[in-house]
Design a protein around this ligand. Structure first.
Ligand code: C2E
Ligand code: MG
Ligand code: MG
Ligand code: MG
Length: 279
């Protein structure tokens, strides 16, 4: 577009392009090769049963080990991967690896462990998603019911009617469905009720606010609403003992946060699991 306005403006635009956007372009270019170069890795963060405080499952969280920039967080490269289409391959890679890893846990005696995988907007709107999940489930001994697929509340609520039909297709395969970052996406209760979901994940900003009376009231309200809709609740961002006692007291089902463990590489997560096993 800048070019249409004449060569001078194009040059001007180039000169104005700041270091940050140059870096973005370089990263985006590198991202196209990252999978082939084995730079994409899946980390696992524990999810804890709120009643027994024992491991309940894990969330798969993708990392990019860039050869010169170090580890790049998904908050940076997932949006890039969404815009250049790489998310399709990365998403498939995460799903396959996460399920393989959960299969390992089950083979090693942790046979109730669940695995949660995030879906992005582009994956979700692709007509291939259901077929893809089907394929991955056909190639594993892990029963479908141990797979939790997460979509964010804002994604779920944009084009809700269309999404509900995709979610129903996924649900029919026996997987579980969760609404991620709940509370940040303005769902209407009426819509939430018509979604074939099993759980909501309270966004960590609400857990962060549990010190205030108002923050407590909000979390109490979310828990009561989930209860009345028979949805499980996962609380994200548990960092303090106080969060645990508050949420346990309100019968929150599942806890996830640095207090119980940060996202870690697969081998480290296996060590973690073994260390949690009570004889
Ligand atoms: P999310 O799905 O809501 O994942 C939770 C994020 O909160 C993770 O950040 C996790 O490391 C962080 N977290 C967990 N517990 C705590 C805590 O106690 N304190 C704090 N401060 N943070 C905590 P991460 O790994 O950087 O991922 C960020 C987001 O990137 C994820 O948010 C998810 O939306 C997206 N993402 C990650 N992996 C994937 C993936 O494989 N596919 C897609 N589409 N998106 C992904
Ligand atoms: Mg998530
Ligand atoms: Mg979240
Ligand atoms: Mg409950």
């Amino acid at each position: 577009q800048a070019k249409l306005n004449g060569g001078n403006q194009f040059l001007f635009y180039q000169a104005e392009m700041n270091a940050e956007s140059k870096e973005q372009l370089m990263l985006e270019n590198d991202l196209r090769k990252a999978l082939d170069r084995n730079e994409i890795e899946v980390y696992y963060q524990p999810q804890i049963d709120g009643h027994s405080l024992k491991p309940y499952g894990a969330e798969a969280l993708v990392r990019w080990k860039h050869p010169t920039e170090g580890t790049i967080s998904p908050g940076v490269f997932i949006p890039m991967a969404e815009s250049n289409g790489m998310i399709v391959n990365i998403g498939r890679f995460v799903l396959e690896n996460a399920i393989k890893e959960a299969e390992n846990w089950h083979a090693n005696g942790f046979d109730e462990m669940r695995i949660a995988v995030n879906l992005s907007g582009r994956q979700f709107s692709s007509s291939n998603l259901i077929k893809e999940v089907q394929e991955v489930l056909q190639n594993t001994t892990l029963p479908a019911k141990y797979l939790d697929l997460e979509i964010t509340e804002s994604l779920a609520m944009s084009n809700a009617d269309h999404n509900i039909s995709i979610l129903k297709g996924l649900k029919a395969m026996g997987v579980s469905l969760s609404i991620d970052d709940f509370g940040t996406g303005y769902s209407s209760l009426a819509y939430l009720h018509s979604f074939p979901i099993d759980a909501i994940k309270i966004d960590r900003s609400f857990i962060d606010n549990l010190e205030s009376q108002e923050g407590q009231a909000i979390v109490r309200t979310i828990l009561a609403m989930a209860d009345s809709l028979s949805l499980k609740v996962v609380a994200e961002g548990i960092e303090e003992e106080f969060h645990v006692s508050f949420l346990q007291n309100k019968n929150c089902d599942i806890f996830q946060g640095f207090m119980f463990g940060k996202p870690m590489p697969a081998d480290e997560f296996q060590q973690y699991l073994k260390s949690q096993k009570t004889p």
